[in-house]
Write a protein that binds this ligand. Structure first.
Ligand code: ADP
Ligand code: MG
Length: 277
């Protein structure tokens, strides 16, 4: 960065941002740059679904953790957790009590954190360690000693959550939080473990008989504007603008072997990818 002295002899950093509102479109486009350093490019960022997996209890959760533990010697893994049914309960109560989206987001975050605590303790004898979002810079230390860090997936908007386009459910929940973590850590793939074989044209629980979509470009998926999705809509918009994450894999964790294959980079379930910019 070039340094420059002004008339009084005071030192400044010479940058086009000086005295700018940081809103000028051309100036903003100029900050795109060609290179973002991948911080932990080998890290596997894996979300264990709340409603789809954790709420199903020991039968669904333990086989997935066994696969993660078996893969861990070969690769660094960060687990995030969804909220699930208890988030739905608290959202319903909070809406009934007249709470705004920001309060719902705070409450949902606590539930996702409860799940992170339980998953980390289930993994305790294999290096499972519950971390908060402030501990993310310590990830390399946990990974270096073979640990399996677990954090809550809820994006940390909390009380600052923006009002959704429709209704009051916080638009930034645990899918988008997981993707944002993967993005800042520079990992190319984000894995979401759920209970269906991937993305369908409609919720397979409500409209069975439609086929799974093996892969789809994220902007095409946004344009299709499906009525229901297995991932948060806000996650699609973040993926379309991502610089590090190229794809989100929606994987059925109830089928043995799927998590292992996904961790090894294989294509299982639905691959939602973005075309490089
Ligand atoms: P999580 O437990 O990760 O929060 P969700 O329960 O929020 O996952 O989302 C996964 C669920 O989304 C699936 O169990 C499925 O029933 C539902 N779903 C809704 N629309 C679709 C769709 N178009 N394709 C696949 N699953 C869908
Ligand atoms: Mg969900």
């Amino acid at each position: 960065m070039p340094l420059k002295k002004d008339a009084s002899g005071r030192l400044h950093i010479e940058t086009p941002f000086l005295a700018e509102s940081l809103m000028d479109k051309e100036l903003l486009a100029g900050t795109h740059g060609s290179y973002i350093r991948p911080i932990l490019p080998d890290l596997r960022v894996v979300k264990i679904g709340g409603q789809s997996i954790i709420d199903r209890g020991v039968k669904a959760v333990l086989p997935i953790l066994d696969e993660i533990v078996a893969c861990r010697p070969e690769m660094p893994i960060l687990i995030t957790t969804g909220g699930g049914t208890r988030s739905r309960h608290v959202y319903a109560i909070a809406i009934d009590l007249g709470m705004p989206a920001g309060v719902l987001a705070s409450l949902g975050s606590s539930i996702s954190e409860q799940n992170a605590l339980m998953i980390s303790l289930l993994l305790a004898s294999h290096g499972g360690i519950k971390i908060g979002h402030d501990d993310v810079p310590k990830l390399p230390a946990h990974l270096a000693v073979g640990g399996i860090p677990v954090t809550h997936g809820m994006a940390p908007y909390g009380l600052f959550e923006e009002p959704p386009a429709s209704g009051r459910i916080p638009p930034h929940r645990t899918d988008v939080g997981t993707l944002l973590l993967a993005e800042v850590l520079g990992t190319p793939r984000c894995i979401l473990i759920k209970d269906e074989d991937g993305l369908y044209p409609a919720d397979p629980k409500k409209e069975p008989g439609t086929g799974v979509i093996p892969e789809i470009e994220v902007n095409d998926l946004i344009d299709q504007d499906f009525n229901d999705l297995p991932v948060e809509r806000s996650m699609l918009h973040v993926l379309s603008r991502a610089r590090s994450v190229n794809e989100v894999l929606v994987v059925n964790g109830l089928k043995p072997g799927n998590v292992t294959r996904a961790l090894h980079g294989e294509h299982v379930g639905t691959r939602i990818y973005r075309t490089r910019d």
